[in-house]
Write a protein that binds this ligand. Structure first.
Ligand SMILES: [Zn+2]
Length: 168
């Protein structure tokens, strides 16, 4: 029986208690496969593949890692979640931008927008339209402005949220 010298009173790691492997545990890699967490069984977005010292590997969701109290593992997983969430958002924004561009290029949208007044009163009084506004945003606006424009012009998307599929 090994003794944890750093903290002899430490309780057994929850992953070890669950029979997933023998600690200490470390993150091997992350995938976006989704599936069910091998610790709690709920649907997960990212699979965090964890290695134990007994060379067994399993995967869990980030939420379960965050509940382990395993500070080292939590720090690595938290960084991965941040990185991947940002990457996903970037990807979604890029897709949205492509949609927005093709929407603005369609003759129907173009006609409809040119009939709506510019959202800013001063420009509207100069005879500028929503089409001018949209064109200005596409040329000079930042990502936030473009996403806001996409939100007001494109049909709303119903996006499946984490864990909602479990009840479907
Ligand atoms: Zn879990």
């Amino acid at each position: 029986m090994e003794t944890n010298l750093a903290n002899p009173s430490a309780t057994i790691h929850v992953f070890e208690a669950a029979g997933l492997g023998k600690g200490p545990f470390r993150l091997n890699h992350v995938t976006s496969e989704g599936g069910c967490c091998q610790f709690c069984g709920t649907n997960i977005v990212f699979r965090f593949y964890i290695d134990g010292t007994d060379s067994r590997q399993f995967y869990v969701g980030s939420d379960c890692v965050m509940k382990t109290g395993d500070v080292g593992l939590m720090r690595v997983v938290e960084m991965e979640v941040k990185k991947r969430t940002a990457a996903l958002k970037k990807l979604r924004d890029e897709e949205r931008l492509v949609e927005l561009r093709s929407h603005l290029e369609s003759p129907m949208a173009s006609e409809s927008l040119s009939k709506q007044p510019h959202p800013y009163a001063w420009h509207a009084r100069q005879g500028k339209t929503m089409k001018d506004y949209a064109e200005w945003i596409m040329r000079h606006g930042g990502n936030t402005a473009k996403m806001k424009l996409a939100g007001s012009l494109l049909p709303k998307k119903v996006r499946a949220k984490k864990n909602t599929q479990a009840t479907a």
